[in-house]
Design a protein around this ligand. Structure first.
Ligand SMILES: [Zn+2]
Length: 88
């Protein structure tokens, strides 16, 4: 009975999004969670191909927009990014 409860606890911990168990695909070392900044704003991911407005900037209104989670390998510095939660 005690072991059944322990197994459930382990499974829920393993499935948790909060736990970072990313391993580097290049060298197998643990990866560290972080994010990238551009002009002091976190970089996001937008669905579709970029289109320029008549002012010359990139149109992003109405696009699926997601946070980017970035992981850095502690061993070799390799970066791996995931487009995760929808922002708008
Ligand atoms: Zn690595």
């Amino acid at each position: 009975m005690v072991f059944g409860g322990y197994t459930r606890l382990l499974r829920s911990t393993k499935d948790s999004k909060l736990m970072s168990n990313h391993k580097c695909p290049k060298c197998g070392t643990d990866m560290q969670e972080g994010f990238t900044l551009e002009h002091r704003l976190p970089v996001g991911w937008f669905a579709g191909k970029p289109e320029k407005s008549f002012l010359g900037d990139i149109k992003a209104a109405g696009r699926e927009h997601r946070h980017i989670e970035s992981y850095r390998c502690i061993g070799c510095g390799y970066l791996e990014s995931y487009a995760t939660d929808i922002i708008s």
